[in-house]
Design a protein around this ligand. Sequence first.
Ligand SMILES: NC(=O)c1ccc[n+]([C@@H]2O[C@H](COP(=O)([O-])OP(=O)(O)OC[C@H]3O[C@@H](n4cnc5c(N)ncnc54)[C@H](O)[C@@H]3O)[C@@H](O)[C@H]2O)c1
Length: 366
Amino acid sequence: MNQRTKDHDIQVNLGHRSYPINIQTGVIDRIAEVASEVVSGKHVVVVTDSHVGPIYLQRVVGGFQAIAKRVDHITVDAGEKSKCVSTCDELWQRIDDFNTDRHSVIVALGGGVVGDLAGFIAASYARGLNFLQIPTSLLAQVDSSVGGKVGINLPKSKNMVGAFWQPKQVLIDPSVLNTLDDANYIAGMAEVIKYGLIMDQSLFEFLEANVEAIKSRDLEVLSKIISWCCQCKANVVEEDETESSGRRAILNYGHTYGHAIESVFGYGKYLHGQAISIGMECAARLAKELGMVDQEFCDRQTKLFKAVALPTDCPEEKHDALLAAMMRDKKVVGGVLKFILPTRIGHVELVDSPGADAILRSLQNI
Ligand SMILES: NC(=O)c1ccc[n+]([C@@H]2O[C@H](COP(=O)([O-])OP(=O)(O)OC[C@H]3O[C@@H](n4cnc5c(N)ncnc54)[C@H](O)[C@@H]3O)[C@@H](O)[C@H]2O)c1
């Protein structure tokens, strides 16, 4: 089990791959103090994107310059489209030009796209470099920066090329969420609500009771939510780091549908969190058809999504293409698709797919 220490810090316990998650308001301006163990005297390459860079890169580079041997930086285009082979190719070339060696440290400064991309570069260049996550979107702070899944998309298959590569440290500053746009802030709430649905009823109830504070981005409530979610994720990852026992698969509630929506409608048309909230709605309908949950469960889930302005309706077209995309999911084993489906608020189970007709029905909004 992980431990919470001062300032909501959390330790992810994975033997020699263990690392701290430091959740502190203002930590982005205290990098020299907080990250010295990982970075002191090293060559650092900060990877960021074209939205986050102009706001935070200078401060972050300044912090690292106080303790690192040398600091280089690269800015990629913001958005899901950068999580691709051609951006990787460019990044490998650029860090090669920086004379990066096995002692260099890659820093991901940005949302989940930068974290997954820079993490994959760290995992693959020179057979693996240390890396540090500074997540700046809500989704990245509560989910993608923790747990070591890194990777990129293929044109038809989301997150298909990647690795398990744990960061050495995660630095989370909840105050940077002030500059995140509404759509991405709300999309991040999908993953927050997901933790409540899959494993923590009291988190779900806390969210239900704090909708107004969530909407106004109350920093105290947000810090509590971020640390709560990181703790949930750390617990799951500690139990099943590489998704081999099946426990980690619970984090994919709604994702089989969501990834299909993202890939069929084009990466970027739906934000990841939006696709996932729609996906959780489809999964809840499927669970109801299978007799695993009742209508009250579905209504309560829908109500919270709607309260925070997350989308709940599945697109009404391309259902055959969605089904085909789902069959390409990484959770297809021996031709059988597996679904994470709820049994109650705070609990989900891994079940074999009931067949194409039931899946197609679950795509239909009632
Ligand atoms: N590795 C994992 O375990 C895991 C888990 C969940 C999701 N993901 C991946 O995460 C990605 C989605 O992440 P995301 O939603 O963070 O998308 P993102 O990285 O595209 O960030 C969303 C947008 O917000 C901007 N942004 C981020 N932080 C900002 C800030 N503080 N101020 C202003 N703008 C800011 C970004 O530039 C971008 O335009 C997807 O590719 C998804 O597959 C990975």
